[in-house]
Design a binder for this molecule. Structure first.
Ligand code: ARG
Length: 414
């Protein structure tokens, strides 16, 4: 084979095959530029070739988080975040978050909601090689009805944030929601995110009531499909979850209050559950310190535990699970902390890893490029020192990160 500087041979001591759900040993991964050229145990390494020796580590594909908000993270004061910062403030800081996320082993994110198209700017800067970060599939503006989780609630009517169109995706009625989908796509959306139900971190009274009619949800999903995109729905409440599943979303985000019928519908429609089941710990321990209103903390108390039990029921029933954390609600780079909960609430370690690799790639529609270490895919891979199949928390400390053939972190060869 021809030798060029761009070719690297990676020796993987343990290798997680996320496609087949098995562990292999002593694999050689051949990388050329940003792509995997070959994988196998009988590949000979030419003398003088560039070798990355990960024989003492477990190698797996770069992780995928299907629910991030890379453009934001709570500051130290709730009201400052809302009233004293603009989208520009958030945009300036965001490259720190994309870097932390990448170094934590997450080489791909589905970013499901950002103000002012910050997500698109980040994606473009990352793809252009200007800043380090994960591959991003972006939703742009969160589409929500007036007074919904996607609106700004609880303040004086003089504080109107719907005005600047580029800031919010507030839309009502079939015509407006279709227009909003088109608007988002015009400026770069590759997935459509809407609020099917109320939420926790917003000041409307409910935490789970539906916030669009069935017709509006159908219109959003249909319009997304017309443009060749998938839709996903923020949905905590049972009724809203069922409405969104019937409308045809690819995934339910949060999914806190699942009953048997909702679970059956999700199975029937092949809907993924993307449940951010680490989040509760951080919100309850830290949000009050930052001046978050008691009303919001109380809403968290309503969903936290139930969401984990819903997740457990869904896993047992065989609902498709994709890993998504809502990072941005808590500090970026902590994404891996959720694995422990996914295992505690019913997934095997292998299934948890697949939810953040092969299955996540399926949800994104990016399985041809990411989600497993296989010929023709991007050379996105990570390594950990201990075996995640016996200790899933090893994914909280990723030692080696390669994205597109480039090494961003290597603690194994200090
Ligand atoms: N963004 C979500 C919301 O505000 C966060 C929910 C966090 N809580 C949880 N238990 N997952 O509704």
């Amino acid at each position: 084979a021809q030798q060029t500087d761009s070719v690297k041979y990676i020796k993987a001591g343990r290798f997680i095959d996320t496609e087949k759900g098995r562990i292999l040993t002593n694999q050689i991964i051949v990388v050329d530029h940003d792509t995997i050229k070959a994988v196998g145990d009988n590949i000979s390494i030419p003398t003088g070739a560039k070798v990355i020796d990960l024989s003492n580590a477990t190698v797996l594909p770069g992780l995928i988080d299907c629910h991030t908000h890379l453009s934001q993270q709570p500051g130290d004061n709730y009201y400052d975040d809302i009233f004293r910062k603009s989208a520009v403030d958030y945009a300036v800081i965001a490259p720190i978050y994309t870097k932390r996320t990448l170094l934590a082993g997450f080489t791909t994110c589905r970013d499901v909601g950002a103000a002012a198209f910050i997500d698109i700017a980040l994606r473009n800067a990352i793809n252009h090689g200007d800043i380090p970060g994960p591959r991003m599939l972006c939703a742009t503006l969160f589409i929500g009805s007036t007074g919904s989780h996607g609106d700004l609630n609880g303040f004086s009517p003089y504080l109107d944030w719907v005005g600047p169109k580029q800031m919010s995706g507030v839309a009502n009625g079939v015509d407006e929601v279709r227009k909003q989908v088109r608007y988002n796509i015009k400026y770069g959306a590759e997935v459509i995110k809407f609020g099917a139900s109320a939420g926790v971190l917003s000041e409307e009274e409910s935490v789970g009531a539906p916030q669009f009619t069935q017709e509006e949800m159908n219109a959003i999903v249909d319009e997304a499909h017309l443009w060749g995109l998938k839709a996903c729905a923020h949905a905590h409440g049972t009724i809203a979850i069922k409405m969104a599943v019937k409308a045809g979303v690819a995934s339910i985000e949060h999914g806190s209050f699942l009953d048997d019928e909702a679970i059956a519908l999700m199975k029937q429609h092949g809907t993924y559950l993307v449940a951010d089941i680490y989040n509760d710990d951080y919100i309850l321990s830290d949000y009050a310190k930052h001046g978050t209103p008691e009303k919001i903390i109380n809403k968290e108390r309503l969903v936290g535990k139930t969401q984990r039990l819903s997740f457990q029921k869904a896993v047992k029933a065989g609902v498709k699970i994709a890993f998504g954390t809502d990072a941005g609600v808590y500090p970026h780079g902590w994404n891996g902390k959720q694995f422990k909960y996914m295992v505690k609430y019913g997934l095997t370690p292998m299934q948890a890893i697949q939810s953040a690799t092969y299955n996540a790639a399926d949800l994104l529609g990016w399985q041809a490029k990411v989600g497993s270490i296989a010929k023709g895919k991007y050379a996105d891979l990570i390594a950990v020192k201990t075996d995640p199949l016996t200790d899933i928390t090893s994914l909280e400390n990723v030692s080696f990160v390669m994205k597109g053939g480039e090494v961003y972190k290597d603690e194994l060869h200090p």
